[in-house]
Design a protein around this ligand. Structure first.
Ligand code: PMP
Length: 292
């Protein structure tokens, strides 16, 4: 599907920005802001299905939690953030799309200590239908190994969806893409399988779902949803440490995330998988649930 490319600062419509609906091209911040220089910035990624965000309150809550984890407070309640989100979706007339809330510290202090800097919140949304590529779903995507590892929870606030934690993900994804892969698999600081650059990982071993314990990377909302769906369907779910060489035990594998939904994996480095029965069952159930 060819997509017309319009840079994200030059689109039409409005962005919810600090309590106002601001014309899209005017939703700007000053160059000297703490979020840009020191990564005091958190964000969310949400999907709109038939005009409604799937698990909106969970995302709004995680946005607030992410900010608290890196030391600032978003001055709105979950209910208020939900309301602003629904307002911008309605204003932009989005049916099937993506929502990007972002919160960051402003410009009062431009040094490491920035307590008291104004907290800014913006919410943008655009049309972005989930689309189905038969080839992809038959073969699955190919991942290489990332050079960077997910840090220990003692090294970084790993449960926060903080912009700073995306530096190594961005670099890993760029290298993967340059080398002809779809994504990169990141190990954790102990050398276990962690997650892809923007999605969680599952594999199917003899009918059971195995997934890494999410204690040093994002415990995705989709990950938790898929675990619930699996259990409801009588599929055993085992959260455990998974060594890279244990990938040889898996017959099927997939990634989960708001953007990725459930994306079948065909290969990770030297390990190969084939999308199959369990992946297809979960994909069907997920596609129904998000539109329920
Ligand atoms: N890990 C990372 C690094 C991510 O960026 C995402 C996407 N938000 C996920 C996992 C999956 O999280 P969710 O299912 O909540 O979108």
């Amino acid at each position: 599907m060819a997509e017309e490319f319009i840079p994200f600062d030059k689109r039409e419509g409005f962005i919810w920005y600090n309590g106002e609906l601001v014309p899209w091209p005017d939703a700007k911040t000053h160059i000297l802001n703490h979020g840009l220089h020191y990564a005091s910035c958190v964000f969310e990624g949400e999907r709109v299905y038939e005009g409604k965000v799937f698990k909106l309150s969970e995302h709004s809550q995680r946005l607030k939690d992410s900010a608290n984890l890196i030391g600032f407070d978003i001055p709105y309640s979950v209910e208020e953030i939900n309301e602003f989100t629904n307002l911008i979706i309605k204003t932009q007339n989005i049916t099937d799309g993506y929502v990007r809330p972002v919160a960051w510290l402003g410009s009062e202090r431009m040094k490491i200590y920035a307590k008291g800097n104004t907290v800014h919140l913006a919410i943008a949304t655009w049309e972005w239908p989930a689309y189905f590529s038969e080839e992809l779903y038959e073969k699955g995507i190919r991942l290489c190994w990332a050079k960077w590892k997910r840090p220990s929870p003692e090294t970084a606030p790993t449960a926060s969806k903080a912009a700073g934690l995306y530096m190594i993900a961005t670099m890993s994804k760029q290298i993967a893409t340059d080398d002809g892969y779809d994504d990169a698999m990141m190990l954790d600081y102990q050398g276990n399988i962690a997650e892809a650059t923007g999605a969680n990982f599952f594999m199917v071993v003899d009918g059971a779902l195995h997934t890494p314990i999410a204690d040093c990377f994002l415990d995705g909302i989709t990950r938790r949803t898929v675990i619930d769906i699996a259990k409801e369907n009588g599929i055993e779910v085992i959260e455990r440490r998974i060594k890279p060489e244990e990938l040889s035990q898996g017959q099927e594998a997939f990634l989960t995330g708001t953007a990725a939904e459930i994306t079948p994996v065909g290969a990770i480095g030297e390990y190969e998988f084939k999308p199959g029965k369990v992946t297809n069952l979960l994909m069907d159930a997920y596609h129904k649930l998000v539109r329920a």
